[in-house]
Design a protein. Structure first.
Length: 98
């Protein structure tokens, strides 16, 4: 049961982080609009300024992050599998009723 709470806690934290990221993106879009700019055009211009080296570096960092996430998930799954109670394979003898 403790592992379930750990996983639920991780999910809550992940949801909080993604919500914070969405809020940051929305705030950036609002800033661009306040400045009289179209957020989509700003993104396309900024994406065009990123050269091949920068894109390769960003892709490498992303892949490293994803590998770390996969590794953490595998470790957590291993911990959960060891923490699960072992089921006995033998059938129980019926109790004598008095």
């Amino acid at each position: 049961m403790a592992n379930t709470k750990d996983i639920e806690q991780l999910m809550r934290e992940a949801n909080e982080i993604t919500a914070a990221a969405r809020q940051a993106l929305d705030a950036a879009d609002e800033f661009y609009r306040d400045q009289g700019l179209d957020p989509e055009k700003v993104r396309s211009v900024l994406a065009g300024q990123l050269d091949d080296k920068g894109q390769a570096e960003a892709k490498t960092r992303f892949e490293q992050d994803m590998a770390e996430v996969e590794r953490d998930a595998a470790e957590e799954a291993a911990r959960a599998s060891f923490a699960a109670p072992q089921r006995s394979g033998a059938a129980r003898k019926p109790r004598q009723m008095v």
